[in-house]
Design a protein around this ligand. Structure first.
Ligand SMILES: *Cc1c(COP(=O)(O)O)cnc(C)c1O
Length: 379
Protein backbone atom coordinates (compact mmCIF):
# COMPACT_ATOMS: atom_id res chain seq x y z
CA UNK A 1 0.00 0.00 0.00
CA UNK A 2 1.17 3.48 -0.84
CA UNK A 3 2.08 5.91 1.90
CA UNK A 4 -0.24 8.84 2.54
CA UNK A 5 0.59 11.58 0.02
CA UNK A 6 2.62 14.60 1.09
CA UNK A 7 1.86 17.54 -1.20
CA UNK A 8 3.92 20.53 -2.21
CA UNK A 9 1.62 23.16 -0.72
CA UNK A 10 -1.79 22.55 0.79
CA UNK A 11 -4.09 25.06 2.43
CA UNK A 12 -4.63 25.09 6.17
CA UNK A 13 -8.07 25.99 7.53
CA UNK A 14 -8.53 28.19 10.57
CA UNK A 15 -11.99 26.86 11.43
CA UNK A 16 -13.54 30.33 11.07
CA UNK A 17 -14.16 30.12 7.33
CA UNK A 18 -17.58 28.45 7.74
CA UNK A 19 -18.88 31.19 10.00
CA UNK A 20 -18.31 33.92 7.39
CA UNK A 21 -19.59 31.80 4.53
CA UNK A 22 -22.64 30.85 6.59
CA UNK A 23 -23.36 34.53 7.25
CA UNK A 24 -23.19 35.28 3.53
CA UNK A 25 -25.68 32.48 2.87
CA UNK A 26 -28.03 33.49 5.69
CA UNK A 27 -28.10 37.14 4.65
CA UNK A 28 -28.44 36.15 0.99
CA UNK A 29 -25.26 37.98 0.01
CA UNK A 30 -24.47 35.30 -2.58
CA UNK A 31 -23.02 37.93 -4.81
CA UNK A 32 -19.97 39.31 -6.46
CA UNK A 33 -18.80 42.01 -4.07
CA UNK A 34 -20.62 42.44 -0.75
CA UNK A 35 -19.94 42.92 2.98
CA UNK A 36 -17.40 40.08 3.27
CA UNK A 37 -15.50 41.55 0.32
CA UNK A 38 -15.42 45.00 1.96
CA UNK A 39 -14.29 43.49 5.28
CA UNK A 40 -11.64 41.33 3.60
CA UNK A 41 -10.24 44.41 1.84
CA UNK A 42 -10.15 46.30 5.14
CA UNK A 43 -8.33 43.54 6.95
CA UNK A 44 -5.76 43.34 4.14
CA UNK A 45 -5.31 47.12 4.08
CA UNK A 46 -4.63 47.12 7.83
CA UNK A 47 -2.23 44.24 7.47
CA UNK A 48 -0.23 45.74 4.59
CA UNK A 49 -0.18 49.30 6.00
CA UNK A 50 1.76 51.88 3.93
CA UNK A 51 -1.60 53.48 3.04
CA UNK A 52 -2.54 50.62 0.81
CA UNK A 53 -5.84 50.43 -1.02
CA UNK A 54 -6.89 46.88 -1.79
CA UNK A 55 -9.36 45.68 -4.43
CA UNK A 56 -10.41 42.05 -3.99
CA UNK A 57 -10.68 40.19 -7.30
CA UNK A 58 -11.38 36.71 -8.59
CA UNK A 59 -7.70 35.90 -9.23
CA UNK A 60 -4.17 37.20 -9.11
CA UNK A 61 -4.07 36.98 -12.88
CA UNK A 62 -7.03 39.39 -13.12
CA UNK A 63 -5.17 41.74 -10.78
CA UNK A 64 -2.15 41.85 -13.09
CA UNK A 65 -4.43 42.36 -16.09
CA UNK A 66 -6.21 45.29 -14.40
CA UNK A 67 -2.88 46.85 -13.40
CA UNK A 68 -1.79 46.81 -17.05
CA UNK A 69 -5.11 48.34 -18.13
CA UNK A 70 -4.85 51.06 -15.47
CA UNK A 71 -1.34 51.85 -16.72
CA UNK A 72 -2.72 52.26 -20.23
CA UNK A 73 -0.87 49.29 -21.75
CA UNK A 74 -2.22 48.73 -25.24
CA UNK A 75 -1.59 46.74 -28.41
CA UNK A 76 2.06 46.84 -29.44
CA UNK A 77 3.31 48.33 -26.16
CA UNK A 78 6.23 46.62 -24.47
CA UNK A 79 6.21 45.36 -20.89
CA UNK A 80 9.28 44.01 -19.12
CA UNK A 81 8.74 40.85 -17.08
CA UNK A 82 10.93 38.64 -14.94
CA UNK A 83 11.52 35.44 -16.91
CA UNK A 84 11.76 33.02 -13.98
CA UNK A 85 8.15 33.02 -12.81
CA UNK A 86 4.78 31.36 -13.21
CA UNK A 87 3.12 32.05 -16.58
CA UNK A 88 0.35 34.07 -14.90
CA UNK A 89 2.85 36.94 -14.45
CA UNK A 90 3.24 37.27 -18.21
CA UNK A 91 -0.03 36.08 -19.79
CA UNK A 92 -1.95 39.32 -19.09
CA UNK A 93 0.61 41.19 -21.22
CA UNK A 94 -0.62 39.11 -24.15
CA UNK A 95 -4.27 39.73 -23.20
CA UNK A 96 -3.58 43.39 -23.95
CA UNK A 97 -1.92 42.58 -27.27
CA UNK A 98 1.30 43.93 -25.80
CA UNK A 99 4.80 42.50 -26.13
CA UNK A 100 6.53 40.88 -23.16
CA UNK A 101 10.26 41.54 -22.86
CA UNK A 102 11.86 38.99 -20.55
CA UNK A 103 14.75 39.64 -18.18
CA UNK A 104 17.02 37.15 -16.44
CA UNK A 105 17.40 36.50 -12.71
CA UNK A 106 20.38 37.17 -10.47
CA UNK A 107 21.76 34.47 -8.18
CA UNK A 108 21.20 36.17 -4.79
CA UNK A 109 17.40 36.32 -4.81
CA UNK A 110 16.65 34.38 -8.04
CA UNK A 111 14.59 37.40 -9.02
CA UNK A 112 14.98 40.06 -11.71
CA UNK A 113 18.60 41.10 -12.26
CA UNK A 114 19.28 44.85 -11.89
CA UNK A 115 22.07 44.90 -14.50
CA UNK A 116 20.09 43.02 -17.12
CA UNK A 117 17.03 45.12 -16.36
CA UNK A 118 18.89 48.32 -17.11
CA UNK A 119 20.46 46.82 -20.25
CA UNK A 120 16.99 45.82 -21.43
CA UNK A 121 15.47 49.24 -20.73
CA UNK A 122 18.30 51.07 -22.53
CA UNK A 123 18.14 48.75 -25.52
CA UNK A 124 14.37 48.98 -25.88
CA UNK A 125 14.56 52.78 -25.72
CA UNK A 126 17.33 52.74 -28.31
CA UNK A 127 15.16 50.55 -30.53
CA UNK A 128 12.48 53.20 -30.32
CA UNK A 129 10.10 51.95 -27.65
CA UNK A 130 10.24 52.74 -23.98
CA UNK A 131 8.69 49.91 -21.93
CA UNK A 132 5.32 50.87 -20.46
CA UNK A 133 5.70 48.83 -17.26
CA UNK A 134 7.91 46.36 -15.41
CA UNK A 135 6.47 43.23 -13.80
CA UNK A 136 8.69 42.17 -10.90
CA UNK A 137 8.17 38.99 -8.86
CA UNK A 138 8.98 37.96 -5.29
CA UNK A 139 9.48 34.37 -6.35
CA UNK A 140 8.64 31.64 -3.83
CA UNK A 141 7.99 34.41 -1.30
CA UNK A 142 11.57 35.71 -1.50
CA UNK A 143 11.82 39.50 -1.89
CA UNK A 144 13.71 40.80 -4.90
CA UNK A 145 16.35 43.54 -4.65
CA UNK A 146 13.71 46.18 -4.06
CA UNK A 147 15.95 49.24 -3.61
CA UNK A 148 18.06 48.58 -6.68
CA UNK A 149 15.20 47.57 -8.96
CA UNK A 150 12.98 50.50 -7.98
CA UNK A 151 15.87 52.95 -8.33
CA UNK A 152 16.33 51.82 -11.94
CA UNK A 153 12.61 51.99 -12.65
CA UNK A 154 12.47 55.50 -11.16
CA UNK A 155 15.50 56.62 -13.15
CA UNK A 156 13.67 55.80 -16.38
CA UNK A 157 10.28 56.67 -14.97
CA UNK A 158 8.71 53.28 -15.66
CA UNK A 159 6.00 52.04 -13.29
CA UNK A 160 6.39 48.70 -11.53
CA UNK A 161 3.71 46.07 -11.09
CA UNK A 162 4.85 44.02 -8.15
CA UNK A 163 3.74 40.40 -8.49
CA UNK A 164 3.48 39.46 -4.85
CA UNK A 165 1.25 36.44 -5.50
CA UNK A 166 3.59 34.16 -3.59
CA UNK A 167 4.80 36.69 -1.04
CA UNK A 168 1.95 37.67 1.28
CA UNK A 169 3.64 37.86 4.69
CA UNK A 170 7.10 38.59 3.28
CA UNK A 171 8.77 41.96 3.67
CA UNK A 172 11.80 43.98 2.65
CA UNK A 173 13.41 46.33 5.18
CA UNK A 174 10.29 45.96 7.31
CA UNK A 175 7.85 46.95 4.54
CA UNK A 176 5.36 44.37 3.33
CA UNK A 177 5.80 42.91 -0.14
CA UNK A 178 3.09 44.15 -2.46
CA UNK A 179 3.38 47.77 -1.31
CA UNK A 180 6.47 48.94 -3.21
CA UNK A 181 5.12 49.46 -6.71
CA UNK A 182 2.36 51.71 -8.00
CA UNK A 183 0.54 48.40 -8.21
CA UNK A 184 1.06 45.22 -6.26
CA UNK A 185 -0.89 42.02 -6.66
CA UNK A 186 -1.74 39.10 -4.40
CA UNK A 187 -3.13 35.65 -5.15
CA UNK A 188 -5.40 33.56 -2.96
CA UNK A 189 -5.33 30.52 -5.21
CA UNK A 190 -5.62 27.16 -3.43
CA UNK A 191 -1.87 26.57 -3.24
CA UNK A 192 -0.89 30.00 -1.90
CA UNK A 193 -0.15 30.91 1.71
CA UNK A 194 -3.79 31.78 2.32
CA UNK A 195 -6.61 30.90 -0.04
CA UNK A 196 -10.12 31.96 -0.97
CA UNK A 197 -10.32 28.87 -3.24
CA UNK A 198 -9.66 31.18 -6.15
CA UNK A 199 -9.00 34.86 -5.68
CA UNK A 200 -6.60 37.74 -5.85
CA UNK A 201 -6.16 41.38 -4.99
CA UNK A 202 -4.84 44.53 -6.53
CA UNK A 203 -2.93 46.81 -4.15
CA UNK A 204 -2.56 50.49 -4.99
CA UNK A 205 -1.52 53.61 -3.13
CA UNK A 206 -4.53 55.75 -4.00
CA UNK A 207 -8.26 55.57 -3.49
CA UNK A 208 -8.85 56.85 -7.03
CA UNK A 209 -6.99 53.90 -8.50
CA UNK A 210 -8.97 51.52 -6.33
CA UNK A 211 -12.24 53.06 -7.54
CA UNK A 212 -11.08 52.78 -11.12
CA UNK A 213 -10.07 49.14 -10.57
CA UNK A 214 -13.53 48.32 -9.20
CA UNK A 215 -15.06 50.12 -12.19
CA UNK A 216 -13.21 47.90 -14.69
CA UNK A 217 -13.69 44.77 -12.56
CA UNK A 218 -17.47 45.25 -12.58
CA UNK A 219 -18.09 45.71 -16.32
CA UNK A 220 -17.21 49.42 -16.60
CA UNK A 221 -20.67 50.76 -15.90
CA UNK A 222 -20.93 54.48 -16.57
CA UNK A 223 -23.00 56.61 -14.23
CA UNK A 224 -26.47 56.11 -15.62
CA UNK A 225 -29.69 54.45 -14.48
CA UNK A 226 -29.70 52.24 -17.54
CA UNK A 227 -26.56 50.18 -18.15
CA UNK A 228 -24.24 52.28 -20.25
CA UNK A 229 -20.66 51.52 -21.18
CA UNK A 230 -17.99 53.58 -22.85
CA UNK A 231 -15.05 51.35 -21.97
CA UNK A 232 -14.32 47.60 -22.09
CA UNK A 233 -15.47 45.97 -18.87
CA UNK A 234 -14.42 42.82 -17.03
CA UNK A 235 -16.08 40.48 -14.59
CA UNK A 236 -13.18 40.28 -12.15
CA UNK A 237 -14.64 41.08 -8.72
CA UNK A 238 -14.24 38.65 -5.84
CA UNK A 239 -17.37 36.76 -4.79
CA UNK A 240 -18.78 37.44 -1.34
CA UNK A 241 -18.61 33.70 -0.58
CA UNK A 242 -14.91 33.51 -1.44
CA UNK A 243 -14.22 36.63 0.63
CA UNK A 244 -15.85 34.81 3.57
CA UNK A 245 -13.29 32.04 3.19
CA UNK A 246 -10.62 34.76 3.01
CA UNK A 247 -11.77 36.37 6.27
CA UNK A 248 -11.38 33.01 7.98
CA UNK A 249 -8.04 32.37 6.30
CA UNK A 250 -6.43 35.68 7.20
CA UNK A 251 -6.64 34.61 10.83
CA UNK A 252 -4.02 31.94 10.16
CA UNK A 253 -1.74 34.00 7.93
CA UNK A 254 0.87 34.68 10.62
CA UNK A 255 0.66 31.08 11.78
CA UNK A 256 1.19 29.87 8.22
CA UNK A 257 4.18 32.17 7.73
CA UNK A 258 5.66 30.81 10.95
CA UNK A 259 5.03 27.19 9.87
CA UNK A 260 6.62 27.70 6.46
CA UNK A 261 9.62 29.40 7.98
CA UNK A 262 9.94 26.43 10.35
CA UNK A 263 9.92 24.18 7.26
CA UNK A 264 12.79 26.25 5.94
CA UNK A 265 14.85 25.73 9.10
CA UNK A 266 14.02 22.02 8.93
CA UNK A 267 15.43 21.79 5.39
CA UNK A 268 18.51 23.82 6.34
CA UNK A 269 19.21 21.30 9.06
CA UNK A 270 18.53 18.20 6.94
CA UNK A 271 20.79 19.33 4.10
CA UNK A 272 23.52 20.96 6.15
CA UNK A 273 26.10 18.20 5.55
CA UNK A 274 25.08 17.35 1.99
CA UNK A 275 27.59 18.97 -0.31
CA UNK A 276 25.61 18.64 -3.53
CA UNK A 277 22.66 20.59 -2.21
CA UNK A 278 22.17 24.24 -1.45
CA UNK A 279 18.97 25.31 0.30
CA UNK A 280 17.80 28.71 -0.90
CA UNK A 281 18.12 31.31 1.82
CA UNK A 282 17.59 35.05 1.78
CA UNK A 283 20.66 37.24 1.49
CA UNK A 284 20.50 39.11 4.80
CA UNK A 285 18.16 40.64 7.38
CA UNK A 286 16.72 43.17 4.94
CA UNK A 287 14.89 40.27 3.33
CA UNK A 288 12.12 38.52 5.26
CA UNK A 289 10.65 35.57 3.40
CA UNK A 290 7.45 33.66 4.08
CA UNK A 291 9.28 30.73 2.40
CA UNK A 292 6.07 29.93 0.59
CA UNK A 293 7.95 27.16 -1.19
CA UNK A 294 11.28 25.88 0.01
CA UNK A 295 13.67 25.32 -2.85
CA UNK A 296 17.04 23.66 -3.30
CA UNK A 297 19.71 23.52 -5.98
CA UNK A 298 21.23 20.12 -6.67
CA UNK A 299 24.68 19.97 -8.23
CA UNK A 300 24.52 16.89 -10.47
CA UNK A 301 27.06 14.11 -9.97
CA UNK A 302 27.07 11.41 -12.65
CA UNK A 303 29.11 8.83 -10.74
CA UNK A 304 26.98 9.07 -7.65
CA UNK A 305 23.81 9.18 -9.77
CA UNK A 306 22.72 12.42 -8.18
CA UNK A 307 20.56 14.95 -9.99
CA UNK A 308 17.31 16.77 -9.42
CA UNK A 309 15.19 14.37 -11.49
CA UNK A 310 16.47 11.32 -9.65
CA UNK A 311 15.77 13.01 -6.33
CA UNK A 312 12.28 13.92 -7.53
CA UNK A 313 11.63 10.28 -8.42
CA UNK A 314 12.98 9.07 -5.08
CA UNK A 315 10.43 11.33 -3.37
CA UNK A 316 7.70 10.24 -5.78
CA UNK A 317 8.33 6.57 -4.91
CA UNK A 318 7.38 7.47 -1.35
CA UNK A 319 4.32 9.42 -2.52
CA UNK A 320 5.95 12.77 -1.74
CA UNK A 321 5.37 15.59 -4.21
CA UNK A 322 8.24 17.82 -5.31
CA UNK A 323 8.46 19.96 -8.45
CA UNK A 324 11.11 21.56 -10.65
CA UNK A 325 11.31 25.35 -10.43
CA UNK A 326 9.15 27.37 -12.82
CA UNK A 327 10.44 26.91 -16.34
CA UNK A 328 11.63 30.37 -17.43
CA UNK A 329 9.18 32.20 -19.68
CA UNK A 330 11.72 32.91 -22.42
CA UNK A 331 12.06 29.13 -22.87
CA UNK A 332 8.30 28.51 -23.11
CA UNK A 333 6.82 27.70 -26.53
CA UNK A 334 4.24 30.49 -26.16
CA UNK A 335 6.81 33.15 -25.22
CA UNK A 336 10.08 32.12 -26.89
CA UNK A 337 9.64 34.50 -29.84
CA UNK A 338 9.76 37.57 -27.58
CA UNK A 339 12.92 39.49 -26.63
CA UNK A 340 15.07 38.21 -23.77
CA UNK A 341 17.89 39.96 -21.92
CA UNK A 342 20.23 37.91 -19.81
CA UNK A 343 22.57 35.02 -19.57
CA UNK A 344 21.97 31.54 -18.27
CA UNK A 345 21.04 32.28 -14.66
CA UNK A 346 17.32 31.49 -14.82
CA UNK A 347 17.98 28.48 -17.05
CA UNK A 348 20.68 27.21 -14.69
CA UNK A 349 18.38 27.55 -11.70
CA UNK A 350 15.68 25.71 -13.62
CA UNK A 351 18.04 22.89 -14.48
CA UNK A 352 19.24 22.37 -10.92
CA UNK A 353 16.32 23.46 -8.80
CA UNK A 354 13.60 21.57 -6.98
CA UNK A 355 10.68 22.78 -4.85
CA UNK A 356 10.13 20.71 -1.72
CA UNK A 357 6.98 20.04 0.29
CA UNK A 358 6.33 23.32 2.11
CA UNK A 359 2.72 23.22 3.27
CA UNK A 360 1.72 25.09 6.42
CA UNK A 361 0.45 21.77 7.80
CA UNK A 362 3.49 19.51 7.40
CA UNK A 363 3.57 17.23 10.43
CA UNK A 364 6.54 15.81 12.28
CA UNK A 365 5.75 12.43 10.71
CA UNK A 366 5.79 14.04 7.25
CA UNK A 367 9.14 15.63 8.00
CA UNK A 368 10.54 12.32 9.20
CA UNK A 369 9.48 10.64 5.96
CA UNK A 370 11.05 13.46 3.93
CA UNK A 371 14.25 13.22 5.97
CA UNK A 372 14.40 9.46 5.40
CA UNK A 373 14.21 9.83 1.60
CA UNK A 374 16.99 12.41 1.65
CA UNK A 375 19.19 10.26 3.91
CA UNK A 376 18.86 7.19 1.71
CA UNK A 377 19.22 9.11 -1.57
CA UNK A 378 22.46 10.85 -0.64
CA UNK A 379 24.12 7.84 1.00
C1 LIG B 1 -0.24 32.13 -8.44
C2 LIG B 1 0.52 33.15 -9.15
C3 LIG B 1 -0.10 34.12 -9.95
C4 LIG B 1 -1.55 34.08 -10.34
O1 LIG B 1 -2.46 34.00 -9.37
P1 LIG B 1 -3.90 33.33 -9.65
O2 LIG B 1 -4.66 33.78 -8.45
O3 LIG B 1 -3.67 31.85 -9.69
O4 LIG B 1 -4.44 33.86 -10.90
C5 LIG B 1 0.67 35.12 -10.51
N1 LIG B 1 1.98 35.16 -10.33
C6 LIG B 1 2.64 34.23 -9.61
C7 LIG B 1 4.11 34.36 -9.44
C8 LIG B 1 1.93 33.18 -9.01
O5 LIG B 1 2.59 32.26 -8.31
Amino acid sequence: MLNKPIYLSLSQQSGFEQEYVQKALETNWITSGGPNVDDFENVLENYLKEQSFVTALNSGTSAIHLALILLGVETGDEVICQSLTFSASANPVLYQGAIPVFVDSEPDTWNICPEQLEIAIKDRIEKGKKPKAIITVHLYGNPYKVDEIHAIANKYNIPIIEDSAEALGSSYKGKKCGTFGIFGILSFNGNKIITTSSGGALITNSYDLKEKAIFYATQSKDEAIHYQHSEIGYNYRMSNICAGVGLGQIKVLEKNVFARRENHFFYKEVFKDILNVEVFEVLNEDYYSNYWLNTILIEPNKEKKIDKERLRLAFKNQNIETRPLWKPMHLQPIFEKYPYYGNQIAQDLFEKGLCLPSGSNLTIEDKNRIKEVIKIFFN
